[in-house]
Design a protein around this ligand. Structure first.
Ligand SMILES: [Cu+2]
Length: 539
């Protein structure tokens, strides 16, 4: 379920020429023809295909501090809110940082005041195990137009090396600002190559996937992936009884549905990724869309999954360091880091397969993300080994790499919705005035049984911490893994009954620096905006 009408009303506040509720035509930003220009900040080498996947600009630490200055304003090309970085609209840099260092982000709110709540601004640093206090990852403070916010995030020495991201977190506006507008940037915590040295030989592709716009100017989607319908599981990582279940009362065709959003990689539509036959490249993908679950696939080649939500798979003892998968499911806000092998024929497709979000869910039809093409001239370098990835130095010993203590508390967390639609956790709709739903004790681990009683998936996310995924729909996952954003399956049939989808998670509140109030919520952003969020306090 989405809230297109509300979004349209807010877009009208930004864009001239709205024609009222009779149709969105007047408010529509220019279509892909304008949007398809790679961001001006992209770095392209002279030999690179002009349509080559652009890379976002990178900000590195100097003397242990990475410093970024952003403006939140309206992108003239789209009429939608976006980040402006060094004079470039729709561009947000990647922050590269070592554990133990810190980054400083100043964001100036230059959005039009006439947009009401949609003109407020703040930032959340998704997946960082840092303190939920100002001037750090604290989302209860908002900038109004003309104001600025100053963030300083100390990256814990125990932060696992991998991929994280940042985005605004204005309650009731996240779907508009982050989803439709595309306000997001990547954070890379450095050091994964020490653990898996082969990665250093591979060309890396940092990819922020956004699905922007307000549901028009649709491009034809990729029909080749339609066969991927119905298999909704994370293969190998999770036994999912619902994986082959058909929707109970589906009245639509999720694989053919046309949602009209413009799916782009680092701002480019269907770019070329140059990769030689047999060459291994390291893809690091952020799902920065508002509500798309990406079922990533390369036609004809398995993907080697290395890390989920910033944590190497083998961070948790007993889980193998890589997993070979025909596709990888990345829900909104999640990250996947994996190795792609260049297609033997020299040409291939990096794409999404259709993902079935349930009878009441948003359709996720297949999309062509990028074209894989062999280089025109043979170039030196690159990794062509067919050997499995060997572990170099083990990950540093910390709370994530050791077995967990027994849970100090057990809780049941119910995600529900009604037909309005309104969205609830434990029957409550979020308000900024809400008291914390749970008070947890720093130093403990808790077992959360997360229940989805609805006919669509939700996307469980909690700020500041990672959790260990143990069971999905009651079935133990083959190898437990750390995550911060994970699909809660929709209801599924068992015999003649329909039963709720469930997750069993171990919530890790052991970090002594994570004290105070923070949030957990559904990261399908229109659900979050419409109430599917709650506060938690760690004392
Ligand atoms: Cu949801």
């Amino acid at each position: 379920m989405t809230r297109r009408l509300l979004i349209f009303a807010i877009v009208c506040a930004f864009a001239a020429g709205c024609r009222g509720a009779s149709g969105p035509t007047g408010a529509i930003p220019p279509g892909p023809a304008t949007l398809s220009q790679p961001p001006l900040g992209a770095r392209l080498s002279p030999d690179t295909n002009v349509n080559e996947l652009p890379e976002p600009p990178v900000v590195k630490a100097v003397n242990g501090v990475a410093t970024v200055s952003l403006i939140a304003d309206v992108n003239p090309a789209t009429g939608l809110p976006s980040f402006e970085y060094e004079g470039l609209h729709g561009v947000a840099p990647t922050i590269e940082i070592e554990p133990g260092q810190r980054f400083v982000v100043d964001v100036t709110d230059d959005l039009p005041a006439s947009a009401g709540l949609a003109s407020d601004m703040n930032l959340h640093f998704h997946g960082m195990g840092s303190a939920p206090r100002p001037p750090g990852d604290y989302v209860f403070e908002l900038a109004k137009p003309g104001q600025a916010l100053h963030y300083e995030v100390h990256v814990p020495i125990t932060q696992e090396p991998g991929l994280y991201w940042y985005h605004p977190h204005v309650h009731m506006e996240t779907s508009y600002q982050v989803g439709e507008g595309g306000m997001s940037g990547a954070i890379v915590v450095l050091g994964l190559e020490k653990h898996l040295p082969r990665l250093a030989k591979m060309k890396q592709r940092l990819i922020v996937v956004r699905a922007t716009g307000i549901g028009v100017n649709a491009r034809p989607h990729d029909d080749a992936g339609a066969a991927g319908d119905s298999d909704d599981g994370m293969p190998g990582m999770a036994a999912m009884p619902m994986a082959t279940a058909r929707p109970l009362n589906s009245n639509k065709t999720p694989c053919l549905f046309y949602d009209g959003l413009n799916v782009a990689l680092n701002g480019a539509y269907e770019p070329v990724i140059t990769i030689a036959p047999g060459e291994k490249q390291f893809f690091r993908v952020v799902n920065a869309t508002g509500h798309k679950t990406l079922k990533l696939n390369v036609e004809g080649e398995n993907l080697q999954l290395v890390a989920v939500d910033g944590f190497a798979l083998d961070t948790y003892p007993g889980t193998p360091s890589t997993e070979s998968l025909p596709y990888i499911i990345v829900p909104p806000a999640a990250r996947a880091e994996f190795i792609v092998t260049g297609p033997k024929s020299g040409r291939g497709k990096f794409r999404t397969l259709c993902y079935n979000t349930g009878p009441n869910g948003d359709a996720d039809p297949p999309w062509l993300l990028a074209k894989l093409e062999a280089p025109k001239h043979k170039s030196a370098g690159g990794d062509f080994s067919t050997q499995p990835l060997a572990v170099g130095s083990p990950l540093p010993q910390n709370e994530y790499t050791t077995k967990l203590p027994p849970p100090a508390a057990k809780r049941v967390v119910v995600f529900s919705e009604n037909a309005k639609p309104q969205f609830f956790i434990n029957g409550q709709m979020f308000s900024l005035k809400s008291k914390p739903m749970y008070v947890v004790h720093v130093g403990t681990v808790e077992e959360w049984h997360v229940v989805n009683v609805t006919q669509e998936i939700h996307d469980f996310h909690i700020h500041q911490i990672h959790f260990l995924v143990q069971k999905i729909n009651g079935e133990p996952v083959k190898h437990p893994y750390w995550a911060d954003s994970v699909v809660i399956p929709h209801r599924y049939p068992v015999g003649i009954k329909s039963v709720p989808g469930t997750l069993d998670l171990l919530m890790d509140f052991r970090s002594p620096i994570i004290r105070g109030e923070f949030l957990f919520h559904c990261h399908i952003l229109d659900h979050e905006d419409q109430g599917m969020m709650a506060k938690i306090e760690a004392i």
